[in-house]
Design a protein around this ligand. Structure first.
Ligand code: SAM
Length: 373
């Protein structure tokens, strides 16, 4: 195997300490470095061996640079999308598409998952080579990959094994390679399973030889991930979620509600690995405009941002409804912020009365008739 030699610009060892501007500039001559072309060829060979792919495989190469790795995969793959935040890199890829060096139908995306939400698209395979060590906000990007992959889809990460910082030299704000166990834990936390590592080529620099790994991982089944258990929790356990999800806009949020410990009040939650990821509180209070009907007020409905989109809010409401009906409660109501009205309406609540302000935000009353169905 041939190693890379990074002296084509005269500033050999430190080429990657720079941000997007560096890559913009480096793009035009990137492919003149034979070591990079050879690296892409070897990486593609290892990828073909490690990951199943064919002409139906929808590929996203993230941090694709000039598209060398996708180019080296040739016709082993199906529809191709190439993402990079560097304008210069994207321009080189566009020229290659026009010239037929990259597939004519390849899409080129300006995408930075560290900053932007993932687009509403699905892929079967995401490949990312020597890019993740540039991204301090790694977890956000890994969650983005998970969102972009179909259940059972594959992620292939080629990057540096953990090093002592001499790869980029001083002043580099990214990762000094990756410790395999730590990357594995981060991948699993982001929704991946079956994480496996193997050696994959190396880079030669004046400061040493830097080995790389290929990590492959499978996108977990979303329905399996959504298997949740609703439990009754103590009011204090909900405080963190109330503060961070519902009242983060307030300087000194009050997260202890007066009715938290009143007779009949209860708190439901879903626990994740590091504590509650969803919570809701129910207390026996008459609904505005419905005097005389047994009613429960819903407060503090909060789902941690990383756990949103899994239907946990609905799951909590369904569990509460069962319990409230069994207790003879006829109405469930809440002062809902107007930004959340869609959620309540989707769960059978009716919006009632005029808009009003509470904790600095516009609200409406929402009411669910538990006797209706
Ligand atoms: C060392 S180059 C590797 C390029 C290509 N994968 C290769 O192996 O030749 C890293 C690439 O990642 C891109 N990049 C860095 N941070 C990124 C981010 N947050 N999102 C997308 N691309 C990024 C850079 O613009 C650059 O093209």
């Amino acid at each position: 195997m041939t190693g890379d030699h990074h002296d084509h610009h005269g500033h050999h060892d430190h080429e990657d300490t720079r941000g997007p501007a560096f890559f913009d500039e480096a793009a035009a001559t990137w492919d003149e470095d034979e070591a990079k072309v050879e690296r892409a060829r070897v990486v593609a060979e290892v990828l073909r061996d490690a990951v199943s792919m064919d002409e139906s495989t929808r590929l996203l190469e993230y941090g694709a640079g000039t598209g060398l790795v996708t180019q080296a995969l040739g016709d082993a793959i199906g529809a191709v999308t190439l993402a990079d935040l560097s304008t210069g890199m994207r321009a080189v890829m566009a020229a290659k598409v026009a010239a037929g060096t990259l597939p004519a139908d390849a899409r080129i995306w300006d995408l930075d998952l560290a900053q932007a939400d993932p687009p509403e698209e699905r892929f079967d395979l995401i490949v990312t080579v020597l890019t993740l060590h540039h991204i301090p906000e790694l977890d956000r990007v890994l969650h983005g990959f998970a969102a972009l992959l179909d259940d059972g889809g594959h992620l292939a990460v080629v990057d540096l094994e953990e090093e002592d910082g001499s790869f980029h030299g001083e002043g580099f704000g990214g990762h000094h390679g990756f410790a395999r166990a730590e990357l594995q834990a981060r991948l699993e936390a982001a929704g991946f399973t079956d994480v496996a590592f193997r050696p994959c080529h190396h880079i030669e620099r004046d400061t040493g030889t830097f080995p790389m790994f290929l990590a492959t991982a499978t996108r977990k089944d979303r329905s399996a991930a959504a298997e949740v258990r609703v439990v009754e929790v103590a009011p204090e356990e909900t405080h963190h979620l109330r503060a961070t999800v519902l009242r983060s806009h307030l300087p000194d949020p009050d997260v202890d509600y007066p009715a938290d410990r009143a007779p009949g009040s209860f708190h439901l939650g879903v626990r994740g690995d590091d504590g509650l990821v969803a919570a809701a509180t129910f207390s026996m209070e008459p609904a505005p405009g419905h005097p005389g009907r047994p009613a429960a007020r819903l407060r503090g409905m909060a789902v941690e941002p990383g756990a949103q989109g899994r239907g946990l809010g609905r799951t909590l409401l369904e569990a509460a409804q069962q319990r409230l009906r069994a207790e003879g409660v006829e109405l469930c109501w809440a002062n809902a912020r107007t930004s959340a009205l869609d959620f309540y309406e989707a769960n059978g609540f009716t919006v009632e009365g005029d808009e009003f302000e509470s904790i600095g935000l516009p609200h409406r009353v929402v009411v669910l008739d538990l006797t209706a169905s």
